[in-house]
Design a protein. Structure first.
Length: 86
């Protein structure tokens, strides 16, 4: 788990749009799945790219594709999506 304070507009958006998850009666907040995929592609290490591919594969049918595309545009990594996930 990573904890950091927002340093850019997109990070503030992620905090404002967090999702609540219940795990064994405990509630935690996570960023939207689309954000996790986009950030992994942005980071770009081999591990991050594999993580993005794995997450995308699991949630592909339930993703908000407009949100994912918007995030990829914001991070300027739409090409990584085409290269690694399609």
């Amino acid at each position: 788990m990573e904890i950091k304070f927002p340093s850019m507009k997109l990070e503030t958006w992620v905090l404002d749009n967090r999702q609540n998850c219940i795990i064994d009666k405990n509630e935690i907040c996570i960023s939207p799945i689309e954000t996790q995929i986009a950030f992994k592609l942005f980071l770009g290490s081999e591990k991050d790219l594999e993580d993005a591919k794995h997450i995308y594969g699991i949630f592909k049918s339930s993703l908000d594709n407009n949100l994912l595309e918007s995030l990829l545009n914001e991070l300027k990594h739409k090409e990584n999506f085409r290269r690694y996930l399609t």
